[in-house]
Design a protein around this ligand. Structure first.
Ligand SMILES: Nc1ncnc2c1ncn2[C@@H]1O[C@H](COP(=O)(O)OP(=O)(O)OP(=O)(O)O)[C@@H](O)[C@H]1O
Length: 252
């Protein structure tokens, strides 16, 4: 997939007196895009704006497909899936029951859910855990359940807010594999502090600083760009991508 699916045009947004985004332009294409930036840079705010949960002060946010503004649904291709940073699910429910409940909240028909629930569970590698309670899942499995609820209604764009945070190396590898797999037929926009997520999946990297996009391209270009300035320091145990990131943020 390569067509643009979401576009922020000259968006400005702030909470009360704080300005978070200023003249913010972002084009999200198909495939996998990673949004990186320091704590408080505005990644979650960008997601909330894309979902239509917040309204920009200035500028516009457009879903391609029907061209509907954020938060307005004109056709099925405008559907968005969302895994929030603070994902929770009732521990006593079975995975199957929980996803049926999510489908009910999204106004999906019982008929559609018969196939949608097993399909979503299989897609995230939890097909054999359908009858188990949420409480029995490991941290990595729980995160994958979060992805399952985000894709249950087969959205054309999935927003994942820091899905790999706190996972062990195997959990991160599983989740990156899952994101790569999803990105074959769905646009995926993922925020992360782990720059290696972008490096390992060959995704597009978008770096946010002071409310604007300061870089958009492949992880390898990001590293090369930073390396053409003064060399990033890797002597603090940083990976080359992390050193490049700090340099771009003016911290090295
Ligand atoms: N509901 C809110 N009310 C007021 N200020 C907020 C609110 N939510 C976020 N902010 C502020 O907006 C800025 C951007 O926050 P946001 O959560 O979008 O950043 P982020 O890049 O997702 O951060 P992190 O990497 O720490 O999750 C921060 O300064 C934050 O304190």
């Amino acid at each position: 997939m390569s067509d643009s699916v979401l576009e922020f045009r000259g968006v400005s947004f702030g909470y009360r007196r704080t300005t978070v985004l200023e003249g913010f332009d972002l084009t999200v294409g198909g495939g996998l895009t990673f949004l990186v930036g320091e704590n408080g840079a505005g990644k979650t705010t960008t997601f909330r704006l894309a979902l239509g949960a917040l309204r920009p002060r200035r500028g516009s946010i457009v879903r391609h497909g029907s061209g509907a503004p954020a938060g307005r649904l004109r056709q099925k291709s405008d559907l968005i899936g969302y895994l929030p940073q603070s994902f929770t699910a009732p521990p006593h429910m079975s995975l199957h029951r929980y996803l049926e409940y999510i489908g009910w909240l999204r106004l999906m028909s019982k008929h559609d859910l018969v196939s949608a629930v097993p399909r979503a569970l299989a897609r995230v590698g939890l097909g054999d855990r359908a009858a188990d309670r949420v409480a029995t899942l490991s941290g990595g499995m729980f995160r994958r359940l979060g992805v399952a609820q985000a894709i249950l209604h087969e959205p054309s764009l999935v927003l994942l807010d820091e899905p790999t945070v706190g996972l062990d190396p195997q959990g991160r590898v599983d989740l990156r594999r899952l994101m790569r797999d999803l990105a074959e037929d769905t646009a995926v926009l993922c925020s992360t502090h782990l720059l290696e997520d972008a490096g390992a999946t060959n995704g597009t990297l978008v770096a946010l600083k002071d409310g604007r996009v300061v870089f958009q391209g492949h992880a390898t270009e990001f590293q090369t760009l930073a390396a053409t300035g003064k060399p990033g320091s890797t002597d603090e145990g940083l990976t080359p991508l992390e050193a490049a990131f700090l340099q771009l943020m003016g911290k090295s």
